[in-house]
Design a protein. Structure first.
Length: 148
């Protein structure tokens, strides 16, 4: 696992990027929570989401996995009630599942790099709202940054 610790405002955060297969992410996340003595309430999973429009971000508490193997694994280990930041980074919109495998296994197109950079920059710039639990403000401010 890759781990980085730091602060966002007054909030201490630990970022975890498991190096396991997607189907085994739950075990890595569960072990990290146990190591840091944290409850599932402290978890925010960032993941790709096919059911959003391209370059959109939504925050959701709990719910299903929408076929995402990493979320399925985390849910199997910790239950479904963790917070998720759903990020649509792919080129196609909802309902175009036939493009999933080529996109996941390929590189980003040159035309996607600038919008992706803008999206990730907006998420980073507004992460303070996630850290304080203000999911609505986070989503709103990310959307505003992307409109500029």
């Amino acid at each position: 696992n890759f781990v980085s610790e730091g602060r966002i405002g007054r909030n201490r955060v630990t970022l975890l990027k498991p190096q396991t297969f997607m189907n085994d992410r739950g075990d890595a996340v569960q072990q990290a929570l146990r190591f840091y003595k944290l409850d599932v309430d402290a978890l925010t999973a960032f993941h790709d989401e096919l059911d959003l429009a391209p370059m959109k971000v939504k925050v959701k508490q709990g719910g299903g996995t929408a076929g995402h193997n990493g979320l399925r694994s985390i849910g199997a280990c910790l239950g479904p009630d963790f917070r998720r930041v759903r990020i649509r980074i792919g080129p196609s919109g909802p309902g175009q599942k036939e493009k999933v495998t080529p996109h996941v296994l390929g590189n980003y197109a040159k035309s996607e790099m600038e919008p992706l950079s803008d999206l990730l920059g907006a998420i980073a710039a507004e992460a303070r709202w996630l850290a304080t639990g203000d999911d609505v403000r986070f989503m709103s401010d990310v959307a505003l940054r992307l409109q500029q």
